[in-house]
Write a protein that binds this ligand. Sequence first.
Ligand SMILES: *Cc1c(COP(=O)(O)O)cnc(C)c1O
Length: 397
Amino acid sequence: MQEKIQRGSFCVHELPDQRKNKPHQLPIYATSSFEFESIDQGIDIFTGKESGHLYSRYGNPTIEVVAEKIARLEGFGMDINPKAYLCSSGMSAISTLVMGVLSKGDKILSQGNLYGGTTELFVKILQRFGVDLVLTNLNDLAGVEAAIKADPAIKMIYMETPANPSLACVDLEAIATLAKQYNIYSAVDNTFCTPYLQQPFKYGFDFIVHSTTKYLNGHGNSIAGAIVGRDAELMHSKVWTALKLLGTNCNPWDAWLTNNGIKTLELRMDRHCANALAIAEFLEAHPKVIKVNYPGLESHPDHAIAKKQMKAFGGMLSFEVEGGVEAGKAFMNKIELCVLAPTLGDVDTLILHPASMSHLNIPREIRLKNGITDGLIRVSIGIENVEDLIADIGQAL
Ligand SMILES: *Cc1c(COP(=O)(O)O)cnc(C)c1O
């Protein structure tokens, strides 16, 4: 074959797309930009007259498929059309949402036991830009209403249920109802549950965020996040604009890994939940264990709330071993099968001793005030055979 151009030029240019029919699995579109067939098409896509891709920070076919799947899962079985965007991490989803919809002078009403990074973001970064945080007990509904009435600058309630590491739950329906009544945004971090166990849109929530790094991916091999909004128009005008300009978009590779993970979401979550309940019951009956925090146990203070809004009780639990910090460390060192790693939601069981790991630099009084006692162990229960997990935890105790 005689090429019309020199070899160097030939090397530089792409050959025509070889695709003849639809690939069975989602391809990874590793391209920063998309070509236009003509200048007119370029103008039409840029001005939004024709739908199309421009530049992968604005949108990318691999990423959009995964975002769409998460949006449909959050709205599954409901008569709504939510819109989702994927971000480079859970933190990037949270920061993009808040920067997209709030302004200087606005305040966020939230709870003291949020994911640590979220509280830090609100306090260390957003406060510098004039968005303040007001903390309250979100289960004290009269208190929540009084806080909203007292401060018209509160424009969003931001919450998590169940929360880390006490697994305290907040009533989604009650919070969404109050937010609607006072015309403020409601947002919830649904990372621990995934839309398989809990669908906050059912109760009227405006926004849902995820660290897809955890259960949605499930295999511990990607960092990504998602923002899902009930109002697609608002998502496009405010959230997408913030995402595009902050550059907090996900990349196609992490989106692709997340897509693979989601395929087995139901199977994994069923096993996580069944294993966690069996282990919670085993721990509750164990003489060396002072307390078990698992929303599926009748002894959990928020069991009724959890039962009302969760399909099953999730894969996260925490428990307190007798003997304080030393006993907690000794337990961690005796563990053989479970893995000491600071994440959650993976297929393997992960344990953490907050007093000597994640909360080592936090003063003891503050730690205790948030329910993180010296002997508290947090476990992300995996999908192993439960007999092996009970044997490992039992021998370590
Ligand atoms: C991990 C986590 C985050 C942060 O997500 P990254 O993907 O690590 O940025 C936010 N919320 C919850 C509940 C988490 O567990």
